[in-house]
Design a binder for this molecule. Structure first.
Ligand SMILES: *Cc1c(COP(=O)(O)O)cnc(C)c1O
Length: 472
């Protein structure tokens, strides 16, 4: 399998080449030249497989430059009951009436990003070892992505992580989670500033091309194709659990931010998995809901980006969205370049023609939006009616899922985080006698563990000096 850029860069690349990269050189995103098709016989063969074996089958269709035996070993080392809590890895929790949650949040950081990041950690270690190279990952986080990256890369040979976070501004749980890591290759830098300062420092360091090259600085951002590919697997796993035969159809509802999760659903559907609808749910930051309703994609400024109680969906622009639009436009790279290169970068957005917008339905997409009040009501109603506690992001997905039910079609809502991470909103929704959201045993006493982090001024030079002293 070869990979192309959504903006038409002519050089095709292999999987291992794009694994360690971010954007394509022309500013586009990498996609496979085609989506391998799964027929009825393949689905029948895959139905009985374990999660790891299913992941191996799907990944093999997209990766031909890692020997099969190695890939199999890496996937089996990643998707274990020890790491993800159950033998099914992503079990369904039925809520009645054909509605179910698919548990994607039982990994080490209690959010779905572990599903892809844990595989990425193993792939990075493998590929860097093969090349005899090291990589210094530099990132900024306000919480979730940084901890998923650290838990995936901890102890990995050839990889160091330098993660910037705003000093004293993450939730107590998130601080405890990240700062309690004692691995020598994980470096937490608490910046005396806000999240934007952290991001500015990452940009400044990355723009120093000489420094970047000398210290082999890389990233693990959400546009990485390997992350998206890992997420395709659980759509298949969810489908097999919700159906008995391979001619049934299933819909998926996805709490969305950067469009990574639901883009994996789009890939699964494009491969021939019988997905009826892909229901995209946003919170008050409704860039994507607006697009699917109107055909206009309008990036928000920081004044228009709200801090909500489903914070991992607080985005002003959706970094993976270009991949879907490229497919929507029949893979017209020139038009994609016009919309994202000129349109988004220079005018802050674009509007599709009516004919182009109408094609979204053919791709199964519908959308909706959920507010803080909706979130509280959904958490309360779900608890009352089913005895299941959901987190704030999953609540957004559930609320919008209920608006898009079709008779006789099961609906799977992707559970993207556990309620234990958002205890304050759970109490707000359920009142003073609310149940305490259960925490996995491994995280008991997390807040009391010793912490390892370095406070730095909001200054790129200070961060560079730290990297220089600690880089591998
Ligand atoms: C990252 C995240 C999302 C959004 O996923 P995207 O792939 O960015 O659309 C939703 N919920 C939670 C809990 C997350 O951490």
């Amino acid at each position: 399998m070869k990979y192309l850029s959504t903006r038409g860069d002519a050089t095709l690349r292999g999987f291992s080449d794009i694994l360690l990269e971010g954007l394509a050189p022309d500013g586009g995103l990498y996609l496979p030249t085609h989506y391998p098709q799964v027929d009825a016989a393949t689905l029948a063969r895959w139905r009985g497989l374990s999660y790891a074996d299913l992941a191996f089958e799907i990944l093999s269709l997209y990766i031909d430059d890692i020997p099969a035996a190695d890939l199999k070993r890496l996937v089996h080392a990643t998707y274990t009951e020890a790491v993800f809590g159950t033998p099914e890895i992503t079990p369904l929790k039925p809520l009645g009436d054909g509605l179910a949650l698919q548990a994607l949040s039982n990994g080490p950081t209690l959010a779905f990003k572990d599903m892809a990041m844990q595989l990425l950690g193993n792939l990075f270690e493998y590929e860097l070892g093969r090349r005899g190279e090291t990589l210094n990952i530099l990132g900024a986080t306000s919480g979730d992505t940084g901890s998923a990256a650290e838990y995936a890369m901890r102890g990995k040979t050839g990889v160091n992580v330098f993660m910037l976070s705003p000093h004293g501004r993450m939730s107590p749980f998130q601080q405890a989670q990240m700062f309690s890591l004692q691995d020598a290759n994980i470096h937490n830098l608490a910046v005396e500033g806000v999240f934007d300062d952290c991001q500015d420092i990452v940009k400044a360091v990355s723009n120093d091309l000489e420094f970047k090259r000398r210290h082999k600085i890389g990233t693990v951002n959400s546009i990485n194709w390997a992350r998206l590919l890992a997420q395709v697997v659980y759509y298949f796993a969810g489908y097999f659990q919700a159906t008995k035969t391979n001619d049934e159809r299933v819909s998926f509802a996805v709490p969305s931010g950067n469009f990574g999760n639901i883009c994996a659903g789009h890939v699964a559907r494009s491969m021939g998995l019988p997905i009826h609808r892909l229901v995209l749910a946003t919170n008050e930051n409704d860039v994507l809901d607006e697009f699917f309703r109107t055909g206009t994609y309008r990036v928000r400024g920081s004044a228009e980006t709200f801090e909500t109680s489903s914070p991992s969906m607080d985005i002003s622009k959706a970094s993976n969205f270009e991949r879907f639009v490229f497919d929507l436009l029949g893979r017209d790279a020139a038009r994609t370049r016009e919309l994202f290169g000129a349109g988004v970068s220079q005018q802050g957005g674009f509007t599709l023609t009516a004919e182009e917008h109408a094609r979204c339905a053919g791709f199964g997409f519908v959308s909706g939006r959920s507010t803080h009040a909706d979130r509280l009501a959904t958490i309360a109603a779900t608890w009352r009616e089913t005895g299941v506690l959901v987190d704030t992001h999953t609540a957004d997905g559930l609320k919008v899922a209920r608006e898009h039910r079709d008779a006789g079609v099961p609906m799977i809502v992707l559970e993207t985080a556990l309620p234990a991470k958002f205890a304050a909103t759970i109490t707000e929704a359920l009142g003073a006698d609310a149940p305490v959201p259960p925490r996995p045993a491994a995280l008991a006493g997390l807040e009391a563990l010793p912490r390892r982090f370095t406070v730095v001024p909001p200054d790129a030079a200070a961060v560079k000096a730290f990297i220089e002293a600690h880089a591998g």
